[in-house]
Design a binder for this molecule. Structure first.
Ligand code: FAD
Length: 554
């Protein structure tokens, strides 16, 4: 009978334990967890703080007792694994009774990642919190209920930071987010994140971008939070600036780790020691799209890797094929989702890529409740292969991003998207789904039927008459806001005005979303004009410009 020891009892650890037992009824399985709880819903913690998940018990998916009854796993909580001795295949464990040694045949490490806490004045204040587990959640809840804070500063605009900002707002606090970079939610590009910035501001969340935490002073009346640029006062602070792999155990055991401490494994999740496997937030993965090493701490990959480690221990040679970073976040009523690479990564790796922006209803516009989403798809110029997608909006966002996630996994090209037959009825979609539309838009570029230009290039276009700048929206739309230098000829009047346009000048055309201007581009190009269409249209241009203006004014 083999003896398998697991370090960590939450996402990866508990998944591995359950899979091991399903595959091997006779193995001895011991799962060590340093904390009090196993198999809890980390991803649900912010929603308990905000009150959406009122019952704390709902976060505890299993107890040591229930897990043992179901899977016959020896669960030892409040038991920290202190070290691994590979020569004797033993671990040293510390629990309330003292320190003892346990032997293993196979070891799985799933120690996760711990919140980064920079050394800084005031960081240990009782008003400063991080969020990783149920104990952290309890601390925050108790603080809110006993001291009734009126304001909070969330440092870090990543997934946990944004979720905490929303939930603290829901709990009645005035919330500010401080973020070092020029945007929240790093997997998005700024042109997609700007919609979130506008929306957060509309929800009353104050955003401090391009700004970092310098010092915290815990005074009689609350915190004085010194930033690189300015000072905020608040009753509490949530630090959510990322996680660091908890890989000291692996490192001290002499296992190979990368420069950031990520444990190195092969595609079977086996570390540099063939009897030790590692999974979850603590391991380095291969980015599915770029094939480069990466650290992508997400629950889905942790669960998949855990299953694969268990499979291999039980003789099934399954393989992990990489992480593409598919992620989704609720921001009040808004949803943002992304998969594959973003444009920042494509640029950093000097990939030969292009992109399209679409602004399309989540379901048929005539059916109540329809709202448009902003969709950005990044593709390989040469082949049309889909490399990444981002979607932000209110209606059907995660569905489209999930379909594009599958397209990326399957190595699909734009043409494949045009052929996807996706579920349609007016309450859910349109007969041409946004994913199909993305395929058409990319295909039009690849076949040369349309040439695009992008929001970044708009301000640099010549205003000296050497090119024609054309706005094909209605006069009513143009009256609500226009781009400097663009003449307004509504699309439906274009044909009758073509004779007055100078064919020797390139035409740069825009409408609200890029759809009518695409039609204009087709009309003009068939009349012999050289035409460029503003992808994403005035909506995207003004959204980004408005956001950058806001940042500038801060
Ligand atoms: P964990 O689940 O963190 O488990 C590691 C466990 O190992 C910990 O409980 C730790 O106490 C224990 N441990 C560490 N060292 C030792 C030791 N030496 N001895 C004994 N025990 C040890 N991901 C998503 O994809 N979507 C989401 O919406 C999402 N939301 C999140 C919200 C929050 C608030 C948090 C904190 C995370 C969220 N995540 C989300 C990330 C997701 O939870 C992690 O990717 C996942 O839990 C990683 O699994 P893991 O097993 O590697 O680590």
């Amino acid at each position: 009978m083999s003896k398998i020891i697991i370090v960590g009892g939450v996402a990866g650890g508990a998944t591995a334990a359950a899979r091991l037992r399903r595959l091997d009824e006779y193995a001895e399985i011991i799962m060590f967890e340093r904390g009090e709880h196993i198999s809890f819903a980390n991803c649900g913690l912010p929603y308990h703080i905000g009150g959406t998940i009122p019952d704390r018990g709902d976060l505890l998916l299993q107890t040591p007792g229930s897990f043992n009854r179901r899977f016959n796993v020896d669960v030892r909580v409040q038991s920290e694994v202190l070290s691994v001795d590979r020569s004797t295949k033993t671990i040293k464990v510390k629990d309330e009774g003292g320190i003892y040694i346990e032997q293993y045949d196979k070891l799985i490490l799933s120690p996760g990642g711990s919140p980064i806490v920079p050394p800084m004045e005031g960081i240990n204040s009782g008003r400063v919190f991080t969020l990783r587990n149920v104990v952290d959640t309890d601390r925050i809840k108790v603080f809110i209920h006993t001291t009734h804070p009126r304001s909070a500063v969330v440092v870090g605009g990543g997934f946990i930071g944004i979720e905490m900002a929303e939930n603290l707002k829901e709990a009645g606090l005035k919330v500010s987010i401080v973020e070092l970079s020029d945007q929240v939610i790093a997997p998005l590009d700024i042109d997609m994140a700007c919609d979130i910035h506008h929306y957060l501001r509309r929800q009353g969340v104050s955003l401090h971008l391009n700004n970092g935490l310098k010092k915290i002073i815990d005074g009689k009346n609350g915190l004085t939070i010194e930033l690189q640029n300015g000072i905020l006062e608040a009753d509490m602070l949530i630090l959510a600036i990322g996680v660091r792999p908890e890989s000291l155990l692996a490192k001290d055991a002499g296992l190979d780790v990368n420069g950031r401490g990520g444990i190195l494994t092969d595609k079977h999740m086996r570390t540099s020691d063939p009897d030790i496997y590692a999974v979850g937030d603590a391991v380095e993965v291969i980015d599915f799209v770029t094939k480069q090493p990466a650290m992508i701490p997400l629950a889905g990959p942790a669960n998949k890797q855990a299953r694969i480690a268990a499979d291999n221990i039980c003789g099934i040679p399954s393989e992990y094929t990489g992480t593409q970073g598919s992620a989704v976040i609720k921001v009040f009523d808004m949803t943002a989702a992304s998969t594959g690479i973003n444009e920042k990564t494509a640029k950093r790796l000097s990939l030969d890529y292009d992109k399209v922006y679409l602004w399309l209803p989540g379901h048929a516009g005539y059916y109540p409740g329809s709202k448009s989403m902003s969709l950005k798809v990044i593709f390989e110029k040469e082949t049309g292969k889909i490399l990444g997608a981002q979607a932000v909006g209110f209606d059907g966002v995660n569905k489209r991003c999930d379909v594009l996630a599958v397209a990326i996994r399957a190595g699909m090209i734009a043409h494949d998207l045009t052929g996807l037959e996706l579920c349609y009825a007016p309450p859910y979609s349109s007969a041409k789904d946004p994913v199909n539309m993305a395929g058409y838009a990319i295909e039009n570029i690849l076949t040369g039927r349309v040439k695009n230009f992008h929001w970044r290039e708009v301000d640099a276009l010549p205003r000296d008459g050497s090119v024609t700048l054309l706005d094909v929206r209605t006069p009513q739309e143009a009256a609500r806001g226009r781009i400097d230098g663009f003449i307004n000829i509504p699309l439906d009047d274009l044909r009758k005005n073509i004779g007055e346009m100078d064919k020797s000048k390139p035409v740069y055309v825009h409408c609200h979303s890029g759809m009518r201007s695409y039609i204009a581009a087709r009309i003009l190009s068939q009349h012999g004009f050289e035409v460029y269409n503003l992808s994403g249209g005035y909506r995207l241009y003004s959204s980004v410009a408005g956001d950058l203006q806001n940042q500038f004014l801060q």
